[in-house]
Design a protein. Structure first.
Length: 365
């Protein structure tokens, strides 16, 4: 989607990706198929371009350091280094005074059991490195769970988090340019299934003062990180209306996909503008929107019934061109655009029912 935005504005795009026929590669002028730690290919890639950015957090930050010695990388590699590890990310947030859930970093089974017991159950254990979409994450109900989860993680460090009894989850996707200007997309209300984003609802159905507070926090975090490019900030909204920062993503984010169809400038174009030192576009929301993710599970009985989905002319379908379908894998999404958010939610329910035989609105209860 970044490459589509870039091509539309006349840029040439090169992609470096380990797997053949990648979604970005399909749109790019040139695709280098190489591991993220292939020094020779990284060098060749960096020599062929004017500026480098990334759309995936699990790239070794040493690889970004390597290409940064040849060509500018935006955001700077240190941003990825902080955000790709939950312990470093939490330390950065807490250290800069941003509100985060009570957490502990643990480094052994015994420590995990003792700290989980001290924190109280339920709590959550998450792998420190390379976790996303609930991968490497378990909810713990007892000391035995803590011990089992530690063994299953098979990682040198993990983060234990207090279980948050939240009212809802929201995220703010913002973008900061090289001059320090920050623009925010309106907060998105996010519904998850099995720890994976299922729906984004925009505008979020929250008090405007909470929305404003979330935007202010996102802007302050973007400045503290000295990020150039898109930054997504995920929040828990607690029952008392206060906010906790759950996670950061220094890249265009799934909860900002709605912006492609519903905003004056998409998050992908904002990323392009920021990394290419152009003025940012307007993130203005043009219409209420509900974004629904399409996971590989939707292909269980073969190709989904797209004509049924698209029988509502306000539904926009995006398929990413991933060659292998797997359960839980994000294969695409659709957006439902309607004059009011209530109508958009009702139409998303209807669209999901046409496609999956059931709708997700009840998940929120
Ligand atoms: P994460 O990968 O950390 O974003 O977690 C994925 C999802 O799991 C979140 O969006 C929440 O729905 C849920 N989750 C993660 N951590 C917690 C927590 N400490 N308390 C309650 N729910 C959580």
């Amino acid at each position: 989607m970044f490459a589509i935005a870039a091509r539309r504005m006349g840029y040439r795009v090169h992609t470096l990706e380990p797997s053949p026929d990648s979604p970005a590669g399909q749109i790019s002028d040139r695709e280098i198929e190489a591991r993220y730690d292939d020094a020779e290919k990284l060098e060749e890639f960096a020599r062929g371009v004017d500026v480098i950015t990334f759309e995936f957090e699990n790239i070794p930050s040493a690889s970004l350091d390597r290409v940064a010695s040849v060509c500018p990388v935006r955001p700077r590699p240190e941003v990825l280094h902080i955000c790709q590890n939950r312990a470093r990310e939490k330390e950065f947030l807490a250290g800069n005074g941003f509100p985060v859930v009570d957490y502990r970093v643990v480094g052994s089974a015994a420590e995990a059991v003792a700290e989980a017991a001290a924190m109280g159950f339920p709590c959550v254990m998450k792998t420190a490195d390379f976790g996303y979409d609930g991968k490497g994450q378990s909810k713990l109900g007892s000391a035995a769970d803590a011990s089992d989860a530690w063994t299953a993680l098979a990682a040198p460090r993990a983060v234990l988090e207090e279980w948050v009894d939240f009212r809802c989850e929201i995220s703010v996707v913002c973008v900061r340019d090289a001059s320090g200007r920050v623009e925010c997309f309106p907060p998105s209300e996010n519904l998850h299934r099995n720890h994976i984003l299922h729906r984004s609802i925009v505008p979020a159905r929250i008090d405007p003062s909470i929305a404003r507070q979330a935007e202010l926090l996102a802007v302050r975090i973007a400045r503290a990180l000295d990020v150039v490019g898109v930054l997504a900030v995920e929040f828990f909204v607690r029952r008392d209306g206060s906010l906790l920062v759950n996670e950061l993503a220094p890249r265009p984010h799934n909860s900002g996909h709605f912006s492609f169809d519903a905003c004056a400038t998409s998050q992908f174009e904002q990323q392009l503008r920021a990394v290419c030192a152009l003025p940012l576009g307007s993130p203005r929301l043009l219409t209420p929107v509900v974004m629904v993710n399409l996971l590989g599970d939707a292909w269980a009985d073969g190709e989904p019934d797209w004509p049924a989905l698209l029988s509502d002319p306000d539904v926009k379908l995006h398929l990413y061109g991933k060659s292998e379908v797997r359960p839980g894998r994000k294969m695409g999404h659709f957006c439902v655009l309607k004059p009011t958010i209530e109508e958009a939610v009702a139409a998303a329910d209807a669209a999901e029912t046409r496609l999956f035989g059931r709708a997700a609105s009840d998940d929120r209860a």
